[in-house]
Design a binder for this molecule. Structure first.
Ligand SMILES: [Zn+2]
Length: 274
């Protein structure tokens, strides 16, 4: 099975995966550590403070592989753009990201209470280089706030899957599973509510991700149903690489399902990809 590295669609950039294709090695050599990590200007959506926070120039970091749920894997010690995805305001500790939804007026008081409490136990600046402990704390705050402000499902799926990938990198499969399940739940809700357009996620991409997470949880019927919807989607000629990925994972899901059932049951009632 391909790990998808050679097949990654340009459209995954909409999911915050960074620049693609990654730069050639010669370009990486030219970029120093200082250039990889840079200060970007932000305005806090809660207190309106203007500040800078570290970001990674993703064109200067090259993943060693990209997995079938688009998780980018970096060499140990290399900068990881996921570490700087969540931004924490240095003045009020509000946690957000670049596609965050606005804060509804009726929950501002609740938001201020949460970030005020969080600030008591997180006094350091999150705008400089971060430890993994800082990174995870930032994601957990952002997830809490996302619930309070009724962040759209596609963005909540994005936060959860990124946190799952961070735990995958730590080989913490229990926590990885916890956040992958949440990501899957929000991808499904996003499809139902149709809230994925603002973040430039195509319906085919959303269906592919839903199918792939179902496959990882051994929900083979649901996985195959989603892959089938990708392969037969009306936009299939526009997003051909998702069709290729979905076909590969459809075949894999059928094989895995067969193995799980000692070859006794085949999902023959589900149409074959064509
Ligand atoms: Zn603020």
């Amino acid at each position: 099975m391909s790990d998808g590295t050679d097949q990654i669609p340009e459209q995954v950039r909409g999911m915050g995966q960074g620049d693609y294709p990654p730069p050639e090695k010669s370009q990486l050599d030219e970029g120093s550590q200082l250039e990889v990590l840079y200060d970007k200007k932000f305005v806090c959506p809660l207190c309106q403070a203007a500040f800078t926070s570290k970001k990674i120039r993703s064109r200067y970091v090259k993943p060693i592989r990209i997995e079938t749920d688009f998780c980018q894997v970096f060499s140990p010690g290399d900068p990881n753009p996921l570490h700087y995805f969540v931004i924490i305001c240095p003045k009020c500790s509000y946690g957000f990201f670049e596609d965050s939804s606005r804060i509804p007026a009726h929950v501002r008081g609740q938001v201020e209470k949460v970030v005020g409490d969080w600030r008591l136990s997180h006094t350091k600046s999150f705008c400089q280089e971060r430890t993994l402990f800082d990174v995870i704390a930032a994601y957990l705050l952002a997830l809490t706030l996302a619930d309070i402000i009724h962040e759209n499902h596609i963005n909540r799926a994005g936060l959860n899957i990124r946190l799952a990938w961070l735990f995958r990198a730590q080989k913490d499969s229990m926590r990885e599973e916890t956040y992958l399940k949440e990501a899957l739940r929000h991808y499904e809700q996003s499809y139902i509510h149709g809230d994925f357009a603002p973040s430039n996620t195509s319906e085919m991409q959303l269906l592919y991700m839903t199918g792939e997470l179902h496959r990882r949880f051994k929900n083979y019927r649901e996985a195959i149903r989603c892959f089938s919807m990708v392969v037969h989607h009306e936009d299939k000629s526009r997003y051909r690489k998702f069709v290729t990925l979905a076909r590969d994972q459809w075949t894999l899901a059928r094989e895995e399902h067969k193995q799980e059932n000692d070859g006794k049951t085949d999902l023959t009632e589900v149409a074959k990809p064509h």
